[in-house]
Design a protein around this ligand. Structure first.
Ligand code: RIB
Length: 295
């Protein structure tokens, strides 16, 4: 069964250098070449959800530059509806500078560009039109805090399942917990939001799902003991975007009606498979690939 997902988040172009190791402050490292990939946590998750069979609408912004043209074309080819990705004159499309080391770990700096101008009123309008046929809204935080708030308020206010990926943790997130989004922080982000998971789940009165990289996933429901999901074996080439694949597949499966536990386990395998290819999107798997890996 498939579902309908709305993603609200950033669109970037990633400029990636693979080097033996990540640079320290003030240090230069040299790799063989710079490669460009599609990026941005919102766009990456949208592609992962679409590859997983969901109908996906992305709400965000790019510039009117050539880079924006390319980003939109790539998203459309991936099956993502970009009708609500605004083209903004006078600002560049978002860009990320990424170094990936020999172990697949990364270091990322983002120039927000058009993402910093995603308009909360346009987010609200687009969501109001889309929510009646939407099974899950996925929101990430590389866009203005007012736009993040608009998305979470609209989705939860309409009673639609809302996944909030607080990457990075920005001040508005604390105030949005009372709306009851399903939070999907990584370990560090969870620690920034609350002293422990039980407290965080109490504040949201909703599931909290923590991605632990090579250690799998831990999730907790309010008032219940945490559930640990073991890591799926992975061949690590590039971990960039693994969290985005996790969130996109989680949203796709929740929109399709899966219970949380099944959706988390599927997303956990999908994220593990995603790190075997370079770039943030190329490794996002299909349902058949995840099913084969689970056999
Ligand atoms: O999560 C990975 C993404 O973070 C990259 O694609 C980069 O664009 C940044 O948004």
């Amino acid at each position: 069964m498939t579902g309908s997902v709305v993603v609200v988040g950033a669109v970037n172009v990633d400029h990636v250098v693979v080097a033996d190791r990540l640079p320290r402050a003030g240090e230069t490292v040299v790799g063989p070449a710079m490669v460009r990939h599609g990026g941005g946590k919102g766009a990456n998750a949208a592609v992962a959800a679409a590859r997983f069979g969901a109908r996906v609408l992305l709400i965000g912004a790019v510039g009117t530059d050539d880079v924006g043209d390319g980003a939109l074309a790539e998203l459309a080819e991936s099956g993502v509806d970009t009708a609500h990705v605004d083209r903004l004159a006078g600002v560049p499309t978002g860009a990320a500078l990424i170094v990936v080391d020999a172990r697949g770990e990364n270091q990322i700096a983002v120039g927000a560009g058009a993402n910093a101008h995603v308009d909360p009123d346009r987010v609200r309008a687009a969501l109001r039109a889309a929510l009646p046929s939407c099974g899950c809204v996925l929101v990430s935080t590389e866009i203005p805090e007012a736009a993040v708030a608009a998305a979470v308020e609209e989705a939860t206010g309409a009673g639609v399942s809302c996944v909030l990926n607080p990457a990075p943790v920005v001040p508005v997130v604390a105030g949005l917990l009372r709306h009851g989004p399903i939070l999907t922080p990584n370990r560090g982000e969870a620690g920034e939001l609350a002293p422990d998971l039980a407290t965080l789940a109490e504040r949201t009165a909703a599931p909290v799902v923590v991605t632990l990289g090579g250690d799998g996933v831990r999730y907790v429901l309010p008032g219940q003991a945490p559930v640990d999901v073991a890591p799926h074996p992975a061949t690590v080439v590039d971990t960039t975007g693994a969290g985005d694949t996790f969130n996109g597949v989680l949203a796709a499966r929740l929109a399709a009606g899966d219970p949380l536990d099944r959706a988390v386990r599927t997303a956990n395998v999908a994220a593990a498979l995603s790190v075997s290819s370079p770039g943030a999107r190329a490794g996002a798997p299909t349902p058949a690939e995840v099913a084969a890996a689970q056999r």
